[in-house]
Design a binder for this molecule. Structure first.
Ligand code: FDA
Length: 455
C-alpha cells in the first residue's frame, strides 16, 4: 500500500465524541487537524445501526439535564431530542421474586428498609457534595475512601441486605458495571458527583431523560462531516514518536507529522500504541490501574409497546434480576415497541459461557418477570457486546481499581510532551458519558490553543 504523508498542527487519534469535538474546536481556532480512526466508522461508543429492520442505539443514547456540554452540542448540530416514555407504573422485583408496581421515585420495600435507604442516601449526598468531580483525589478523606470497597462501606452502614443491594447497584451494575467489591467508595462518589448528586444518579427520570431523534451517533457523524477529508477511517495508530518538536504517527498506510497530539481513546487501549520513546513511568503505572466495566445492552423490539396497554411505563429494576434494569426504548414516531435491558459484570461473564440461544432465553425470561410472558417473543432481538469490540473492550467505560483513583487520578489528564489525553473516562462532570467526552475534547483543544497563543 502506498504510504500517505500528512503534516498538520494537531493530530487527533480516535474519532469518538472526544476526538471529534477537539478537532472541531481546533479547526475553529484556525489550526489544521487530522483525525485517525481505527474503525471503519466514526463515533466509537456511539453507534446507531439498523438491525433486522429496527433502528437500535447499540452504544450510548441517553442525555440528562445536567449534561450542558452535550446539550449544547446537540443544539448546535441542529439535532432534536425526545423524552423517554415514562407514563404509568414502574416495576420493582425484591427478594420475594414478585413484580411490584410503583409510581414515583421510591420503590416498594418495607418501611424500615425505605428509612435506611433514605438515611444512607442523605449521607451519600452530603459526601458527594464535598467532592469536586474534577479532582476527587483532593478531598481530605480521599485516601481513606479509596481504600474501602463500595460494598464494604455500604455493609458497614446497615445489615439490611435489600437496602445495601439497592443502594449499591446505582453506581455498581448500573454505572461502573463492575462488582461492587471491585471498586472503592471514592470511585463511587466520583460517579455520583459527576451527575451532580447521588440522588440524581438513582433517579431514572433524571439520568435517562432524553434521546436524540435518529440516534445519538449523529453527534459524531455531524462533527465528522464538518471535518470532511480530515477524518481518516481504518487507520489504527500503531506507533507514535514524540519529542520536543512534536509527533510522528504511523498507521499501516499513513504517516502524520504534527506539533501536538490528542489521544482520544479509552485509556485501556493506550498500550495498543507503541510510544517512542515509551511514555513515562507514571503513565505506565497509572494506565494499568484502569479497566473497563462490562455490560450487555439488550434490545428487544415488539410489534407494539404491549406493556403500555397494561399501564406500565417500561421502567423496571431489581438487584435480584439477571437484567437488573430495563426501560421503554421505543424510537421516536415508531409504532413498534422497544425494550432495552442491561446485564452487568459477573452476570454478563456468566451469560457469555452459554450459547447465543440460551443467552437470549435467559435474558428474555428475566424481562418477562417485569413485563409478563409477551416479553419472551420479540420480533427483533440484539445484544450489544462491546466486550468483543477490539477498539473498546468493554462498556460503558473505564474506572480505577481499589486505591487507584486517589493514587493516580491526578495525572490522568497530565500531558506528556506534545501529547494530551481526552476521553469520557477521565472526565469530572459527565464522567463515563458523552457529555464528559465532549468536555475532555474541549479541554484538550483549549489547552493546545492557549499554549500556541503563548509562543
Ligand atoms: P470512544 O471510545 O467513543 O472513542 C474512541 C475512539 O478511538 C473509537 O472510535 C476507537 O475506535 C478509536 N481508537 C481506539 N484505538 C485507536 C487507535 N490505536 N488508533 C486510532 N483510533 C483508535 N453515555 C451517555 O452519555 N449516555 C448513555 O446512555 C450511554 N450509554 C452507553 C451504552 C453503551 C452500551 C456504551 C458502550 C456506552 C454508553 N455511554 C453512554 C458511554 C458513552 O458512549 C461514552 O462515554 C462516550 O461515547 C465515549 O466517547 P470517547 O470519545 O471518550 O471514546
Amino acid at each position: 500500500m502506498t504510504e500517505q504523508e500528512l503534516t498538520r498542527d494537531v493530530l487527533i487519534v480516535g474519532a469518538g465524541a472526544a476526538g471529534l469535538t477537539a478537532a472541531n474546536e481546533l479547526r475553529k481556532a484556525g489550526l489544521s487537524v487530522v483525525v485517525l480512526e481505527a474503525r471503519d466508522r466514526v463515533g466509537g461508543r456511539l453507534w446507531t445501526d439498523v438491525i433486522d429492520g429496527a433502528m437500535l442505539e447499540i452504544g450510548g443514547q441517553w442525555v440528562s439535564p445536567d449534561q450542558d456540554a452535550l446539550i449544547e452540542t446537540i443544539g448546535e448540530l441542529g439535532l432534536e431530542t425526545f423524552s423517554r416514555y415514562r407514563e404509568g407504573d414502574s416495576v420493582y422485583i425484591g427478594p420475594d421474586g414478585v413484580a411490584h408496581r410503583f409510581t414515583g421515585e421510591m420503590f416498594p420495600v418495607a418501611p424500615e428498609t425505605e428509612k435506611i435507604i433514605a438515611e444512607i442516601t442523605e449521607r451519600l449526598d452530603a459526601m458527594v457534595a464535598e467532592i469536586d468531580p474534577d479532582r476527587p483525589w483532593e478531598h481530605p478523606r480521599a485516601a481513606e475512601w479509596d481504600s474501602v470497597s463500595w460494598d464494604a462501606w455500604l455493609r458497614a452502614q446497615t445489615d439490611d441486605d435489600e437496602a445495601v443491594r439497592n443502594l449499591a447497584f446505582a453506581t455498581g451494575s448500573a454505572m461502573l458495571t463492575k462488582p461492587t467489591h471491585a471498586f472503592s467508595l471514592l470511585q463511587s462518589l466520583l460517579m455520583a458527583a459527576s451527575a451532580g448528586s447521588y440522588s440524581n444518579l438513582v433517579d431514572a427520570d433524571f439520568i435517562l431523560d432524553k434521546r436524540v431523534v435518529g440516534g445519538l451517533q449523529q453527534v459524531p457523524l455531524r462533527l465528522a462531516e464538518r471535518l470532511g477529508e480530515d477524518v481518516l477511517l481504518n487507520q489504527p495508530v500503531r506507533t507514535l514518536e514524540w519529542g520536543d518538536d512534536g509527533v510522528v504517527a504511523h498507521t499501516d498506510s499513513v504517516t502524520v507529522r504534527a506539533r501536538h497530539a490528542i489521544i482520544a481513546l479509552a485509556p485501556v487501549l493506550y498500550n495498543r500504541i507503541s510510544f517512542v520513546p515509551p511514555l513515562p513511568r507514571r503513565q505506565h503505572q497509572l494506565h494499568q490501574h484502569l479497566s473497563m466495566g462490562f455490560v450487555i445492552k439488550v434490545h428487544a423490539v415488539y410489534e407494539r409497546p404491549f406493556w403500555r396497554e397494561q399501564g406500565l411505563s417500561g421502567t423496571a429494576f431489581s438487584p435480584y434480576e439477571l437484567s437488573h434494569e430495563a426501560y421503554d426504548n421505543t424510537n421516536h414516531d415508531d409504532e413498534r415497541g422497544t425494550l432495552v435491558g442491561f446485564v452487568s459484570d459477573q452476570n454478563a461473564d456468566d451469560l457469555f459461557t452459554l450459547s447465543a440461544e440460551e443467552r437470549r432465553e435467559r435474558i428474555l425470561e428475566s424481562l418477562s418477570h417485569y413485563y409478563g410472558p409477551e416479553a419472551k417473543n420479540p420480533i427483533v432481538y440484539y445484544e450489544s457486546d462491546w466486550g468483543s469490540e477490539e477498539w473498546t473492550r468493554g462498556a460503558y467505560a473505564a474506572s480505577f481499581d481499589m486505591g487507584g483513583l486517589h493514587r493516580y487520578g491526578g495525572d490522568l489528564r497530565t500531558p506528556v510532551g506534545p501529547i494530551r489525553f481526552a476521553c469520557s473516562d477521565m472526565a469530572g462532570a459527565g464522567y463515563q458519558h458523552v457529555d464528559g467526552a465532549i468536555r475532555m475534547g474541549r479541554l484538550a483543544a483549549a489547552q493546545i490553543i492557549e499554549q500556541l497563543r503563548q509562543h
